[in-house]
Design a protein around this ligand. Structure first.
Ligand code: ADP
Ligand code: MG
Length: 252
């Protein structure tokens, strides 16, 4: 079992200029739980996810990882870059676009961060990279360059790259949205395995099947508001809120 983080989001607000992108968002994510974040395009899902590792600065409210405020030492006082990097070490992120280095093999892609950020020796990093790639089912693709991998395989390399750093929290922003439909399942399966190992996960997704079967909680966002968070069955199959009903109708 991996050590897993908790995340507490309290009354978080975020503006882009005059635009109010996150409105008093509250969300508590317990250690080892999978939270899916759903909602229409432009509702603030990516912004919220990016606030969790402070890739996006929130204006007010608090986000705590394992009780530690991220981004700020105190309200309005930003933490040092060094402290922020330290906190981010325990957080992995996987994007819609895989962002692999095209000139490196799968194994080199995974090893790079271990060498640069963790200061591991090349041989140690390559050993760790091989383990991570084996875990995502790519033991036989270690020496392939990204161009010689399918989209699903590339995204699994990106996941291997994140888990090789031994995160306690994984953030996924529409990890399967750029994939051909037949490749979605292999990526979701890897995520399911991670979830089964007790990783804390926050997953922005349009894969309602994944949300229904793997999530402990599903949160629905609209227009910067976190409208509702509940067990998947209540959000996805018996939603009371008209906004959720209307959103889900677009999937049928
Ligand atoms: P989602 O991921 O739910 O589709 P986003 O979090 O990406 O939504 O965006 C929420 C809203 O914030 C959108 O209206 C978007 O246009 C706006 N937004 C996001 N990032 C920026 C930015 N850097 N500058 C200005 N507006 C932004
Ligand atoms: Mg988004």
């Amino acid at each position: 079992m991996l050590a897993a983080s908790s995340v507490e989001i309290r009354k978080v607000n975020k503006h882009f200029g005059p635009f109010h992108a996150l409105k008093d968002v509250d969300l508590v994510i317990e250690p080892g739980k999978v939270n899916c974040l759903i909602g229409p395009s432009g509702s603030g899902k990516s912004t919220l996810l990016r606030c969790i590792n402070f890739l996006e600065e929130y204006d007010s409210g608090e986000i705590r990882i394992d009780g530690q405020l991220i981004g700020y030492e105190a309200p309005g006082k930003k933490m040092s870059g060094r402290r922020l990097r330290e906190m981010r070490r325990s957080i992995g992120m996987v994007f819609q676009q895989f962002n692999l280095w095209p000139h490196m093999t799968a194994r080199e892609n995974v090893a790079e961060g271990l060498i640069r950020v963790r200061g591991m020796s090349k041989s140690e990093a390559h050993e760790r990279a091989a383990e991570a790639l084996t875990k995502v089912g790519l033991a036989d693709r270690m020496t392939n360059h990204p161009a010689r991998l399918s989209g699903g395989q590339q995204q699994r390399v990106a996941i291997a790259r994140a888990i090789a750093m031994e995160p306690r929290l994984m953030l996924f922003d529409e990890p399967t949205s750029a994939l051909d439909p037949e490749l979605v399942g292999e990526v979701l399966n890897v995520m399911k395995t991670l979830a089964g190992e007790g990783m804390t996960m926050v997953v922005v997704t349009h894969e309602m099947g994944f949300a229904a079967h793997v999530a402990d909680k599903v949160a629905f966002m609209e227009k910067g508001e976190l409208v509702s968070v509940d067990i998947p069955d209540r959000i996805l199959h018996h939603p009371e809120d008209a906004r959720i009903q209307s959103f889900l109708r677009t999937y049928h």
